[in-house]
Design a protein around this ligand. Structure first.
Ligand SMILES: Cc1cc2nc3c(=O)[nH]c(=O)nc-3n(C[C@H](O)[C@H](O)[C@H](O)COP(=O)(O)O)c2cc1C
Length: 358
């Protein structure tokens, strides 16, 4: 049997195989951030399709941290009942699901705030006061508690993609002069406090994961060297698993090539080169790798060459929710062509998530 279909353990959580569905917002929750029936059906289909571990699309921890229309929330107990239906649907098929917790920071639709004042041509954000930061840390903890009440098997902190946690980590975004800015140790303080708060609420056995940038791909911001130091430190603190992603504030497409591996077997996995460096610093903490992975050959190489323990994908599961079953039956690769139409402005927040390629 291929290594891809072998079970794996993250902390106290046993998963059936090495596949992770990376967090993917359906941008279709109601205006209060409550998930609609179509979203529950989507998760049922993913669980039926064989994915060992599903990461629910990001959930805002406080109303001021909502990133976009149709985003689901965990900022209030009113979000719990429908999320409980969603986790029940996944558990009926013997699969695991964790809640991705997020605060949008500068990119919030409600209140643009972040580590420091920040201006672009289109908007301006203000700096958070220290007591507001403490409130956000508490909101992450409360959201984690609600995630447990809603039946999730664990939580994932969203520390990637230019949202609040990654804004604090980036020297491009964070020019604070207090204990949350300056050195990397200080820029990591928000992440550490969020992790500690969540751990205190969920206990020692519940898996706490982190989605982390290996690189913001900005000429001046957060780099692979920073990422190695941050991931090493948070793993020592007790984190249960890391998912490696990339791209944040100041992202320049041309800089993405620096994360690639020269190994031809890993050429699809866009961040495999950087992942090897993070692996060396964080082993034995379980590692998942996301972005661009499409063929069974690459998936097996990731695990057999010890780049990561888990293969994570987003868009392929939009096109083929039963991809794991299909791969097991011999299909050599995902049909997803990475066109990005599923997340284009034409559809985002206007209809339920789906693949638009015929
Ligand atoms: C429609 C859509 C929604 C997404 N929503 C999230 C999200 O909620 N949280 C997150 O961390 N990443 C999100 N992502 C990014 C994916 O998790 C993933 O990192 C990215 O698509 C690259 O993986 P892929 O090449 O397998 O698609 C989203 C991507 C898409 C296409």
């Amino acid at each position: 049997m291929s290594v891809l279909f072998e079970p794996y353990r993250i902390g106290c959580m046993e998963i059936r195989n090495r596949f992770v569905r990376s967090a993917t917002t359906s941008y279709w929750s109601d205006p209060q951030g409550v998930v609609r029936p179509e979203i529950i059906m989507l998760y049922r289909g993913l669980a039926e399709g064989g994915i060992g571990l599903i990461v629910k699309g990001h959930l805002y921890v406080s109303d001021s941290g909502k990133a976009h229309t149709g985003m689901a929330g965990l900022s209030s107990d009113l979000h719990i009942p429908k999320l409980r239906e969603l986790t029940d649907a996944v558990h009926e098929h013997g699969k695991k699901i964790v809640a991705q917790l997020n605060h949008a920071g500068y990119t919030s639709r409600v209140d643009r705030t972040g580590p420091s004042e920040y201006k672009t041509e289109r908007w301006m954000a203000r700096a958070l006061a220290a007591d507001e930061i403490h409130g956000i840390v508490d909101a992450f903890g409360e959201a984690a508690r609600r995630a447990m009440d809603a039946g999730f098997d664990g939580v994932q902190i969203h520390g990637a993609h230019g949202y609040l946690v990654s804004q604090f980590l980036s020297s491009l975004a964070n020019s604070r002069t207090d204990e949350y800015g300056g050195s990397l140790e200080n820029r990591m303080r928000l992440l550490n406090e969020v992790y500690d708060e969540i751990r205190a609420r969920v206990g020692g056995c519940t898996p706490v994961l982190l989605k982390m940038n290996c690189d913001d791909f900005s000429p001046e911001g957060f780099t692979i060297n920073d990422s190695v130091r941050v991931t090493e430190a948070i793993c020592r603190r007790g984190l249960d698993a890391i998912e490696i992603s990339g791209g944040g504030l100041g992202h320049q497409e041309a800089l993405r090539t620096r994360a690639r591996s020269e190994d031809p077997d890993l050429s699809e996995a866009n961040f495999a080169g950087h992942a090897v460096k993070i692996r060396a610093a964080t082993k034995p903490t379980p590692l998942a790798l996301v972005n661009g992975i499409r063929s069974r050959g690459c998936m097996e190489a990731i695990i057999e060459k010890d780049v990561a323990d888990l293969v994570s994908m987003s868009r392929p599961f939009i096109r083929e929710p039963d991809l794991v079953r299909l791969l097991k039956a011999g299909q050599p690769e995902a049909k997803c062509i990475s066109c990005g139409d599923c997340i284009s402005g034409e559809v985002f927040g206007k209809m339920m998530l789906r693949c638009h390629v015929e």
